[in-house]
Ligand binder design. Structure first.
Ligand SMILES: [Zn+2]
Length: 321
């Protein structure tokens, strides 16, 4: 057991229960709250509370919000829902895929110091402490030209995430471009930095059907985040759920986690046209149903929804004894 920071304060890792591994209360971009009239705050709070209630009714106990400041993290939103959410919410420090220039001239220890301060002192004076470190490697990783190339700064942030994890004992969750197999070079860096790979989730991994790659990530000890789930279309459900089933049948249910990468009040996607209070119910109500009907055991499902995420928090905590 270990302690996990939630936006309501620390809980024991055993209390996480069924956890969605990658979600957003809101998302957009840094500074979006400064655009007059862009964020309808009362509506955003209401939409989140509706979605959190629906998630709880569907059997979800916790969600991990993967929104660092440069993706539009809103502390007022966390403060507004913390006391009213029936679901535990873990929030994130770290960085999104378009690394802000403030970090370009820093070394990994200087970046880590900023993130470590959020973990130790709380974010923006709120006292709310992040429970996880977000990192994001996408197409920009392929850009290697220039004195400060996108790949170079992504590698810088990966080392900073590793050092933050080792200093604070909190896990790392990674947005990756799965078709480029970016989990592999990321895990190489974490390994070189001495991070326990059991504390690392390689996310957005169900954007590929390449099971050899995904089994390889799990075989190294990391957690495979099958955390994109946007549709109830039967073919879509079967395709995405089939990846989870294959990993469970390979013996990796404990190294596989599930989520939607969904938000009820983000600036990306469809929510601004129509409310989507069921955004966090597709995994429990459609994917889990498909898994149980197609050969996964109750134990497999429990491992993927609860055991795997709990393991990442406990492995991270072990690093600091
Ligand atoms: Zn996301």
């Amino acid at each position: 057991m270990s302690s996990v920071n939630t936006i309501r304060g620390p809980i024991d890792s055993s209390a996480l229960g069924r956890t969605l591994s990658h979600e957003h209360l809101t998302n957009g971009f840094s500074g979006m709250e400064n655009i007059t009239g862009l964020l309808p705050r009362a509506e955003m709070v209401g939409r989140n509370l509706d979605a959190l209630d629906r998630a709880k009714e569907a059997g979800i106990d916790s969600i991990i919000d993967c929104t660092p400041w440069d993706l539009g993290r809103q502390m007022w939103l966390f403060e507004a829902v913390a006391g009213r959410s029936p679901v535990n919410i873990v929030c994130a420090t770290g960085v999104y895929r378009w690394v802000p220039p403030i970090y370009w001239g820093m070394d990994p220890d200087e970046i880590a110091a900023i993130w470590i301060a959020e973990v130790e002192d709380g974010i923006e004076g709120t006292g709310i402490k992040p429970g996880i470190i977000k990192l994001a490697w996408d197409m920009e990783y392929q850009l290697t030209d220039g004195r400060v190339s996108p790949r170079a700064v992504l590698e810088l942030t990966a080392r900073a995430a590793a050092r933050t994890s080792k200093a604070t004992g909190i896990p790392i969750t990674c947005h990756t471009r799965a078709v480029d197999e970016l989990g592999s070079p990321l895990l190489d860096i974490f390994e070189g930095e001495g991070v326990d790979l059991g504390a690392v989730t390689i996310g957005h991994s169900n954007d590929t059907q390449d099971l050899a790659y995904l089994r390889g990530v799990a075989a190294r000890g990391a957690n495979v985040g099958l955390d994109r789930f946007f549709s109830t279309n039967v073919d879509y459900v079967a395709e995405r759920s089939g990846i989870a089933l294959a990993l469970a049948q390979a013996g990796y249910a404990e190294r596989t986690s599930l989520g939607h990468d969904g938000t009820p009040a983000g600036l990306w996607g469809r929510w601004r046209e129509e409310p989507n209070p069921g955004v966090w119910t597709l995994v429990p109500e459609h994917e889990v149903t498909w898994l149980l009907e197609n050969g996964a055991s109750e134990a497999d499902v429990e491992a993927m929804l609860a055991g795997s995420i709990r393991r990442t928090f406990e492995a991270a905590a072990e690093q600091v004894g």
